[in-house]
Design a protein around this ligand. Structure first.
Ligand code: SAH
Length: 250
């Protein structure tokens, strides 16, 4: 194992903590997460079947995805290393009367503690904020049981993603505060797939995240040039007969 137990950028955690109060305001900096949540939730649920599953949400923040998965009858643990978003997540779940567990622990530390403990692991919009994404990917692969599902989403690294995800989103549309994303931390789908494959995860589905600034709507589509989501499955304990899917985007 090559877990990096010191794999967090304090300036990233401080940024999310500073905004935490507004996490559940659908018109705040977190508007994009609110808008994409029904899309990713339905996609995850259709592939992995959330009802009754033990689910870990890595980098859960204020709990938008974690809480929505609990509403779909999953037993959800959300983890994050920023204190304030976690406090907001706990408060929101208790006010909403939804049962979700939250813990301040890194994916790497939890992987050492509870390997194979989860049916489903989600890690959304988080890898691009971490110094060593491969360590988080390995931790996710360790935390899921054989045959279980791991879902990642992040942003592709190319000229178009610089133009749209940084210049467009932060400077032109001002959907996110300037400095939210660093282009050098973006990850190509092929790189993510290769890092995950090193730890026994196989690609099962891949979607691009599209945004239309005129209608202000998000959708999942085939083009993975900017934001994208990957569904991966850990090999089952016995012989695996399911054919792996080939990545289309690099
Ligand atoms: N996954 C959530 C929140 C995304 S925002 C969603 O998609 O709705 C990114 C989150 O990653 C923030 O809450 C931030 O605190 C968290 N994060 C950043 N670095 C982290 C790290 N090293 N370990 C755990 N969480 C981290």
């Amino acid at each position: 194992m090559s877990f990096d137990f010191n794999n967090a950028d304090p300036s990233e955690l401080a940024r999310f903590s500073a905004l935490a109060e507004r996490w559940w305001d659908p018109d705040s900096e977190f508007r994009p997460l609110h808008r994409i949540n029904p899309l990713r939730l339905d996609w995850i649920d259709a592939l992995a079947g959330l009802r009754g599953k033990r689910v870990l949400d890595v980098g859960c923040g204020g709990g938008i995805l974690a809480e929505s998965m609990a509403v779909r009858s999953a037993a959800v643990l959300g983890i994050d290393l920023a204190d304030k978003p976690l406090a907001v997540a706990k408060l929101h779940a208790s006010r909403a009367g939804v049962s979700v567990q939250y813990r301040h622990v890194s994916a790497e530390a939890l992987a050492a503690e509870q390997p194979g403990a989860f049916d489903v692991v989600t890690c959304m919009e988080m890898l691009e904020h971490v110094p060593q994404p491969q360590s988080v990917i390995e931790a996710c692969a360790t935390l899921v049981r054989p045959g279980g599902w791991v879902f990642f989403s992040t942003i592709n690294r190319n000229a178009l993603s610089y133009l749209l995800a940084i210049v467009g989103v932060e400077y032109v549309l001002r959907m996110l505060p300037r400095g939210t994303h660093r282009w050098d931390r973006f990850i190509r789908p092929g790189e993510l797939q290769a890092m995950a494959a090193l730890h026994g995860l196989r690609l099962r589905d891949a979607r691009g995240l599209g945004y239309n600034p005129f209608t202000q709507r998000f959708r999942l589509h085939r083009f993975m040039g900017v934001g994208y989501l990957l569904a991966m499955q850990r090999a089952p304990a016995g012989p695996d007969t399911t054919p792996a899917v080939r990545a289309e985007a690099r």
